[in-house]
Write a protein of this length. Structure first.
Length: 288
């Protein structure tokens, strides 16, 4: 997978470079061309970082590659969802580009996970003398105590918020107002949105319970699941905001409450994803 992802990334980088040169030296001018070249160049950043991390396996480059590929993957998925929900016929070219970009990003992410687990240059094996600097880093201590607190509390926090929101909705009669065809506030998407939020929040609770099991049993899959659920949470919040904006076009997509909700998982990704990917304690603890 590492070689396949590397070859595909190189091909796409060269293809974008050739297309950019053709556009620059052709007679076609305009802001759309310049914006297209700029966007294509930016989209190759995670691919370039991945290629460098494969050629020079260093912790710094690995961290850059993992962060950029994960970030661009999330942005690409969200952009595809926005286009599909809006009008894919008017943006079919951009949709095709995003779908093509999604393939190497996905391969790169899985290849980076494999590299982290297998390449001793990236993360010395804990059995090697002196790999941990003479300290015993195995166990759920250190910064993992904060991670464990997050893991334990998250399902309860989600359950409490979900119950509070929908208990008030049903008790106050808001549900009947939003879902009754005779109501001025009625929209056909209100009921599916509410039911979908309840189902997805329930799925997140179950996922956090499973992650807690991975954490306390010190499973190797824990770091991946811990990062993935925060990325998934960001995507779900954005998709939910887009649906609400579709129902209420005059309302902003990202209001203060949505931005506050987004800040939590994004902050967790920025803080804990590098720790999960690079920490020797994580590498030494989650081995099963």
């Amino acid at each position: 997978m590492k070689k396949t992802a590397f070859i595909l990334s190189v091909i796409l980088i060269l293809l974008v470079a050739v297309m950019a040169l053709i556009a620059l030296f052709s007679e076609i001018e305009g802001d759309n061309v310049r914006h297209g070249i700029m966007g294509a160049g930016i989209s190759t950043l995670p691919l370039v970082a991945y290629c460098i991390s494969v050629v020079r396996v260093r912790r710094g480059w690995y961290l850059v590659a993992a962060t950029l590929n994960g970030l661009f993957f999330a942005l690409t998925v969200v952009s595809i969802v926005i286009i599909l929900m809006d009008d894919p016929s008017t943006m079919k070219n951009l949709l095709a580009v995003l779908l093509v970009l999604l393939v190497p990003l996905t391969l790169n992410i899985f290849a980076l996970i494999h590299i982290r687990r297998t390449d001793s240059r990236l993360m010395p094996h804990p059995d090697i003398p002196g790999a941990a600097g003479g300290k015993n880093l195995e166990g759920l201590g250190g910064w993992l105590i904060l991670v464990g607190s997050n893991v334990v509390l998250s399902p309860f926090v989600i359950a409490a918020r979900t119950y509070k929101s929908y208990a008030e909705m049903f008790a106050s009669g808001v549900w009947d107002v939003l879902t009754s065809p005779d109501s001025m506030a009625y929209h056909a998407l209100w009921a599916p949105l509410a039911i979908g939020e309840i189902i997805l929040n329930s799925a997140l609770i179950l996922a956090w319970i499973y992650i807690a099991f991975l954490f306390f049993s010190k499973r190797r899959a824990f770091p991946f699941w811990f990062i993935a659920i925060h990325i998934a949470t960001v995507c779900l919040i954005v998709i939910d905001a887009i649906v609400v904006h579709h129902i209420l076009p005059d309302a902003p997509i990202f209001d203060a409450n949505t931005l506050r909700e987004l800040s939590r998982p994004i902050g967790a990704i920025l803080i804990w994803a590098p720790y999960m990917l690079m920490s020797k304690r994580v590498k030494s603890t989650f081995l099963h």
